[in-house]
Ligand binder design. Structure first.
Ligand code: GLN
Length: 475
C-alpha cells in the first residue's frame, strides 16, 4: 500500500522503526494530491515544501511525530491563509497566530500543511456555499461531499490527506464524514479549545478529527483536547488516553434507539444500512433499548434561530476596517461597512446575518431568541434523561446519502431540514461520532457511503469511540 493510503497508526509504526522518514510520507502525499486534487477540489491551498522543511527537525518520538494533517480553512495556522472559503478574507488575511489545536498538534510533532475547502464561514451542509471553489464527493463526482467540512472529509476519503481537522456547529464533521465514508468525531462542548477557530456560533462550535479509522480519531483527540487558558469555555476534566480500552467491545452496554430518529423521512436504503450496523452491535453483546427524545421535532427551528443569532454577532467584526475586504472609495463610513460586507459575503452568509439580526432585534428577541433558548434546554434535558438509562444513542447521521451537486441550490430550507439528526448534539453540548456502516446504490451507479451516528453523554468520548470501534469491526 502506498504511504498516502495509510492511517496515522500504521505510519507511526514505520516511522518508529526507521523504515520510513517524514519526507517519504510527504512525497507520497504530494503525488496523490497532484494526481487528484484538481478533480476532487478538497484543498484551497497547500504548501508541501514548507512541510518538508518542518519535517527535517520534527521529533519522531512524539505521539504524532512526522504526520501531516490537513486543516479546515477556518482554523488559524500561523503564516498560512485562513479564508473561511469567503471572498471577504481570500487573499486579504494571513493567520498571525496558531489556534490552540494547531499549537497542540505541533507540540505532538504533527505538520499542518494544507487548507481544506468548506461552506463559507461553515454555513451549509454540502460545501457548495464555498466562494472559492467546488469540492466533489470522491465516491461520485456528480455529488456533494457534504459539509461544511466537505474539503476535509473529501481529502481523507480520496487519500489526499492522512487525516484532517474539521469543525462542527450543527453536524459539519459528522455529516460530510458519513457522505464520504470516513470517521468524523464531534467532541463534547468544552472538550477542545476553540481559540483560533473563526467563530460561527460560539455556543455550538467544536473542532474535531476526520480520519480513516476510529483509532486515528482517538489519537488526534488525545492531542487536541484539554483545557486552555485562552478559551474560557474549554473544560479541565477527565482527559484520558482515548486509545485505551478502544477494543474492549460493547458487551453489556445499553444502546438507545430514539424512536424520533427512525420514523418517516429517512431514505429506506439508508435506514437499512444503519439497522444492519445496529443489529451487528446487538450480536456483539450490546442491549438495545427504545428511547424517546420528545423535543426532536423542534431541533431544526431552534438551531436555525440560535446559530444565525450568534453568527450575526460574530460576523459583525468583518466591517471593512479590521479584517479582509475593504470597499474602494466608499462615500462615507456607513458605506464602507455596507459595501465591504455586501461585496465580501456570499448569499448564505447574508441570509444568516439577516435572520440572526432579526431574531435578536428589540420586539422579536423574546418571541424567537429567548424562546429558542428555552427549547434548547428541553432538548438538552431529553438527552440527560435518556443517559439515565443508556450508555449511548445510535442514530442515522443524515436522512440521505450524498446529494447531487446543486440539489438544494434554490431551496436552503430543504438543506436545513436534512440537519435533523446532527444538530441536537450541538444544542445539547454532547459528543457524537460518525462511522461508516455500509453503502447504498444510487442512480448514477456509484455506491454511496452511509454513516452510523453514535451520540454519547457530555464528556463521554471514551464510550462512543469504543462503540464506534466495535461498529467498524463489523465491516
Ligand atoms: N449545516 C449546518 C448549518 O448550515 C451546520 C453547519 C456546521 O456544523 N458548521 O449551519
Amino acid at each position: 500500500m502506498d504511504l498516502f493510503q495509510q492511517s496515522i497508526s500504521s505510519l507511526r509504526k514505520q516511522l518508529g522503526s526507521g523504515e520510513i522518514c517524514p519526507a517519504d510520507i510527504l512525497d507520497s502525499l504530494a503525488t496523490s494530491i497532484e494526481a487528484k486534487n484538481e478533480a476532487i477540489g478538497a484543498y484551497l491551498s497547500y504548501d508541501l515544501d514548507a512541510a518538508r522543511d518542518e519535517a527535517k527537525t520534527v521529533d519522531l518520538t512524539l505521539p504524532l511525530g512526522g504526520i501531516p494533517i490537513a486543516i479546515k480553512d477556518n482554523i488559524n495556522v500561523k503564516g498560512q491563509p485562513c479564508s473561511c472559503a469567503s471572498n471577504f478574507l481570500q487573499g486579504a488575511y494571513t493567520a498571525p497566530y496558531d489556534a490552540t489545536v494547531i499549537s497542540k498538534l505541533r507540540a505532538a510533532g504533527a505538520i499542518p500543511y494544507g487548507r481544506t475547502n468548506m461552506d463559507e464561514f461553515a454555513m451549509g451542509s454540502s460545501t457548495e456555499n464555498s466562494a472559492l471553489g467546488k469540492t466533489v464527493n470522491p465516491h461520485d463526482h456528480t455529488r456533494a461531499p457534504g459539509g461544511s467540512s466537505g474539503g476535509s472529509a473529501a481529502a481523507v476519503a480520496s487519500h489526499t490527506a492522512i487525516a484532517a481537522l474539521g469543525s462542527d456547529t450543527g453536524g459539519s464533521i459528522r455529516q460530510p464524514a458519513s457522505h464520504c465514508g470516513v470517521v468524523g468525531l464531534k467532541p463534547s462542548y468544552g472538550r477542545v479549545s476553540r481559540y483560533g477557530l473563526v467563530a460561527f456560533a460560539s455556543s455550538l462550535d467544536q473542532i474535531g478529527p476526520i480520519t480513516q479509522n476510529v483509532e486515528d480519531a482517538a489519537l488526534l483527540l488525545n492531542t487536541i483536547c484539554g483545557s486552555d487558558a485562552l478559551d474560557a469555555t474549554s473544560l479541565d476534566q477527565n482527559v484520558p488516553d482515548f486509545t485505551q480500552g478502544l477494543h474492549d467491545g460493547v458487551a453489556g452496554m445499553k444502546l438507545g434507539l430514539p424512536k424520533e430518529y427512525f420514523g418517516e423521512g429517512i431514505d429506506p436504503a439508508v435506514r437499512e444500512q444503519v439497522n444492519k450496523a445496529i443489529a451487528g452491535l446487538e450480536s456483539a453483546g450490546a442491549e438495545l433499548v427504545e428511547i424517546s427524545l420528545p423535543h426532536t421535532e423542534y431541533a431544526v427551528a431552534t438551531y436555525y434561530i440560535i446559530a444565525p443569532a450568534e453568527a450575526s454577532s460574530n460576523l459583525s467584526r468583518f466591517d471593512g476596517v479590521r479584517y479582509g475586504n475593504r470597499a474602494k472609495t466608499p462615500a462615507d463610513m456607513l458605506d464602507l461597512y455596507r459595501s465591504s460586507r455586501d461585496q465580501g459575503f456570499g448569499p448564505e452568509v447574508k441570509r444568516r446575518i439577516i435572520l440572526g439580526t432579526y431574531v435578536l432585534s428589540s420586539g422579536y428577541y423574546d418571541a424567537y431568541y429567548n424562546r429558542a433558548q428555552k427549547v434548547r434546554t428541553l432538548i438538552r434535558q431529553d438527552f440527560q434523561n435518556a443517559y439515565q438509562d443508556v450508555d449511548a444513542i445510535l442514530a442515522p447521521v443524515s436522512p440521505n446519502a450524498a446529494p447531487l451537486l446543486g440539489a438544494d441550490k434554490d431551496n436552503p430550507l430543504q438543506q436545513y431540514l436534512a440537519d435533523i439528526f446532527t444538530i441536537s448534539a450541538n444544542l445539547a453540548g454532547i459528543c457524537g461520532i460518525s462511522v461508516p456502516c455500509g453503502k447504498v446504490s444510487s442512480d448514477s451507479g456509484n455506491p454511496l457511503p452511509v454513516g452510523l451516528q453514535i451520540l454519547g453523554p457530555h464528556m463521554g468520548e471514551e464510550k462512543i469511540l469504543k462503540i464506534a470501534r466495535a461498529a467498524e469491526k463489523l465491516g
